[in-house]
Unconditional design. Structure first.
Length: 197
């Protein structure tokens, strides 16, 4: 008779095979930050090219106070939205997310302490902000076509994508494990569980 594993629990015959913390891996922290700069250039070019390709890029642009304040507010909102999308995705898989900030690493986080995700579900959690907010930004660029707000959404999307560099790093780390792995998110890393040998 097959037993079912409660949502968020690690199966009884599984053991922890990795506990990776970014706070213990200074080399990875510097690598992630360096790739974040490269991603900002790459995604800035991609989102800008999209705006040009669809004829949405403004022909004239004047930076005024309203736009500057909107940009500042938008970048703060982007950080909040990024973590909320992580949290909402966690909720879809039965977790109870918690949010916070680690000042020493300049990192915001959403986590679900003690909740184990299947590898597939964890990958959804990790990549959701990059995919969802990028797609919403592309739609927004089309909706405000020709206005200065196109630049706002290009900036928003670029900073969000570059900010997802840590999510991409953890995704690559998790993909090294088989599909039947369970992943437990930590505010500063991940735990990976596999069947005991």
């Amino acid at each position: 008779m097959e037993t079912t594993v409660p949502v968020g629990a690690v199966p009884e015959n599984y053991q922890e095979v990795l506990y990776w913390k970014i706070t213990d891996d200074k080399q990875a922290l510097w690598l992630i930050q360096g790739f974040g700069v490269l991603l900002m250039i790459l995604f800035g070019g991609l989102f800008g090219a999209f705006a040009l390709a669809v004829g949405a890029f403004p022909m004239e642009f004047e930076m005024d106070l309203v736009f500057s304040l909107g940009l500042l507010f938008g970048l703060v909102a982007m950080i909040v939205l990024h973590e909320l999308v992580h949290g909402l995705t966690m909720t879809l898989f039965g977790a109870h997310p918690q949010y916070g900030f680690m000042p020493a690493q300049l990192m915001f986080y959403a986590t679900a302490p003690g909740h184990a995700f299947t590898r597939r579900n964890y990958l959804y959690v990790a990549l959701a902000p990059l995919v969802v907010l990028s797609l919403l930004s592309l739609v927004a660029i089309l909706l405000v076509s020709g206005s200065a707000w196109v630049l706002f959404f290009i900036t928003f999307a670029t900073v969000n994508a570059a900010g997802a560099v840590g999510d991409l790093y953890i995704t690559l780390k998790v993909l090294r494990y088989p599909a039947h792995a369970f992943i437990m998110d930590e505010k500063d890393g991940v735990r990976v569980f596999l069947p005991a040998q």
